[in-house]
Design a protein around this ligand. Sequence first.
Ligand code: M6R
Length: 613
Amino acid sequence: MCGIIGVVGSSDTLETLLEGLARLEYRGYDSAGVALVRPGETWRARTAEGTESVKALREECDLAPLGFSSGIGHTRWATHGGPETMNAHPHLDCSGNIAIIHNGIIENHADLQEQLEARGHVFSSVTDSEVLAHLIEESRANGFELIEAVRRSLLVVRGAFAVAAMDATEPDVIVAARRISPLIVGTAPGVTYLASDIPAILDRATAFYAVSDDEIVRLAPEGFRAIDLEGVPVHLHPLAVDWDLETAEKGGHDDFMTKEINEQPDAIRTTLLDRRRRDGTITFDELRVSDEELRDVRRVVIVAAGTSHHAGLVAKYAIERWARVSVEVDIASEYRYRDPIVEIGTLVIGISQSGETIDTIQAIREAKRRGARVIAVTNIVDSSLARESDAVIYTRAGLEVSVASTKVFLAQVAALELLALRLAQLRDTVPASDVDAHFLGLNAVAEQVATVLTRRSSVEDVAKQLLGARDFFFLGRHVGFPTALEGALKLKELSYLHAEGYPAGELKHGPLALIEPGVVVVAVVTDPAMHEKMLSNLAEVKARGATVVAVATDDDESIAAIADYVLRVPATEPMFSPMVDVVPLQLFAYAMARGLGRNIDRPRNLAKTVTVE
Ligand code: M6R
């Protein structure tokens, strides 16, 4: 998730930008840059030094000329194009007068770039963002003022954006706009700011305003005005901000975990952006494995740890169902020590949020040593896992700070299910119309997750009733099983309570002996095909005195007769349900941990990234 900042009318432009970028550090970045604009002159500095980029940028800016009262700045979290200086923002148009920064993904950038190049534009990066600079350049050349040039450009782009543009031929104006990616405006006497988040401008602006989707704002020293995509004037909503810096970094929430749980709909949306061509082909720009190799895969082995392992278990169901390839899912720390079999046609998928988990890296090294092709699914561009694999698919969930993984799990499942659909297309195992329907279904999940997030207080009410419980069993069948495992892991690591995840059918093979009054059974009961069987499992535990909490769909009338508490979710295609059903389980674990006074973002004994075996 890139960070953006802009200022017009300042006597302290460069320092405002550099300080703001440093305060956006928590969003994560691999490169940084600023552009300063005054009549007839645009000055730019960019660095790509990983987490040292903002520091390096400050040194570069020692060379900046004085006397610029307007500028924009950017920290980049690479998606299209590697983390190199040429891909760092701001990007310029052909004339060098127009500078733009962008957070998000322009889905149709390839088509637009082709058209722009045909009209003579020269590109100097391999990003999706640069098309914006050239589109704005064309409208400016046709005589439109900057706000109209930006509006016209946005009419032809698809995707997500928080964008800001400046032009040395219309100085002391910034035009900014958003769709999906965050953007706020701030004001102080004689100075106007923009940023992706409050912390960047917290100490400088005295009033804050939210920019909504498809709104365009023209910032000048004396204030701002906003229009929608049709050019109709709109009012920005004022934001009441009485936060300190720490609260601001958490988006006004008590902890990063809440912020990250709330970011889940966007984590899915951005992970799915730009993944389907107009002809319906599922595509991964960053996947450097040929279609032939993918078509010829005979066996898939998934290696991962913790939450990423649970995402891998969901992927097994999707790949086997849709692509008809057999999938084995292994705990990464076990894989390399069991003399694994790698035959011709074995594809190994290493899944890791951080891309630095030593167990997963060692597992893929072992797989490569034995001749497997390896795909990484990771959230961190250029992480060790990404570098050491033959190919990579990035989840685009943005930086995850809380030790308990939440939004990345949803992004991993979305990315892996897309991969399953791509394999199905290549192997011709699912009719094209069904692939299309699944893709649409996958895209609808973000909205369903957003619905579950509005029900937080009903989950908290259930947690309050169960604060005294000490033993929990999480049950599910089919993809409800990995969902149950993930629910149990969240409860364990956050609340330090004993929790186990089980396939519901396995209960009577042993664990049923542990069920007695006081034990809580949390069951995922959302799959119609598994419903009857799940109800009979629940009858078994009820008969032995357990308290039952069910995750059930809105239309499930029968569940209330057997469950003590019901956590409702919208019905979704069962294959996608882990992304929806896990959300009340995350909220439940969170509420239990809060109730027990645990440290939410930093549970005891745990590290965010495990780099020792
Ligand atoms: O960065 P990774 O996805 O490789 O991390 C794997 C596990 O360490 C991680 O998922 C861990 O289990 C989390 N604390 C779960 O919330």
